[in-house]
Design a protein. Structure first.
Length: 282
């Protein structure tokens, strides 16, 4: 059987790297994407995967990544939008967007929509890594997506993880008939370097004795691997949110179809404006 092409972002460490190892060992053609050139190249070397380096805090790099993927892979069977993280104090990217919002939502939105022609032609599965933080902290105000008026690191992260689920639902709504299957999932609390490069209070928990009670990266990657290898529509319901290979309950806002639609429209407008700024004809 011909190996499928599986693209995993945020694959230089943690559950992304673990999923890459597992899927490569199963004979899949894995493509790893990471921010750190050294770490991403190391995982690619371990797994025999292709690799690309892209910093999601710069949308120009995301566009370049999409162009590189389209050029090299006429077929992409699975896109796992796994890159993300929690930040500390409010910070803007080079694109002028709040960093948590851009890295966790806007950049994966841009990458996915830039690849839509390839994904639909491939009847692809798109998997978005979310978190239980969507319920714990998410309180999405569609008029203030970048939290200019009321910012906290937890709120920004919770909103971003909620946006992952809303994006999953709206991508399903718009493109499932064209062949795309989508899912969002919570990996659990995993012992990784999560939050290590931020000023978020979460970094202390991940460095403390509590670390020993967390899941291993392999355990955290299990649902991602399952979604990537099982049959959508047969083994799992497309457009939904999962934890531990089962349907899970998300923030009540995650089921608001109008909110999902408006988030898509506003996100599309944001990335279009950013593209116009880069285009001398814009």
């Amino acid at each position: 059987m011909t190996a499928r092409t599986i693209v995993i972002t945020g694959a230089s460490d943690g559950i992304g790297a673990s999923a890459a190892r597992t899927l490569a060992a199963q004979g899949e053609h894995v493509v790893v994407v990471g921010r750190s050139a050294q770490k991403t190249e190391r995982i690619a070397g371990e797994t025999g995967a292709d690799y690309f380096v892209s910093d999601f805090a710069d949308l120009a790099q995301v566009r370049r990544l999409a162009a590189q993927l389209k050029e090299k892979y006429p077929r992409i069977d699975v896109l796992a939008n796994n890159a993300g993280g929690i930040m500390g104090t409010r910070e803007l990217t080079v694109d002028g967007h709040e960093k948590t919002f851009q890295i966790n939502h806007l950049a994966p939105f841009l990458l996915t929509t830039e690849l839509l022609d390839t994904l639909t032609a491939s009847k692809a599965t798109v998997i978005n890594t979310s978190s239980a933080a969507n319920s714990l902290y998410g309180r999405l105000d569609i008029a203030d997506l970048e939290l200019a008026n009321k910012y906290s690191a937890n709120l920004a992260y919770g909103n971003a993880k909620l946006e992952n689920i809303l994006f999953t639902a709206e991508l399903h709504n718009r493109y499932h008939a064209a062949g795309i299957s989508t899912a969002a999932f919570h990996p659990g609390v995993v012992a990784t370097n999560f939050a290590a490069d931020t000023t978020s209070p979460f970094r202390f928990m991940y460095r403390s004795f509590l670390n020993r009670f967390m899941l291993s990266p392999e355990q955290g990657a299990d649902t991602l691997v399952w979604l990537a290898t099982a049959v959508p529509g047969q083994d799992w319901v497309p457009g939904a949110y999962y934890a531990k290979r089962a349907l899970a309950k998300a923030n009540k806002q995650a089921y608001d179809a109008e909110l999902a639609r408006e988030l898509w429209e506003r996100s599309a407008a944001m990335v279009a404006q950013d593209s116009d700024r880069l285009d001398p004809r814009g």
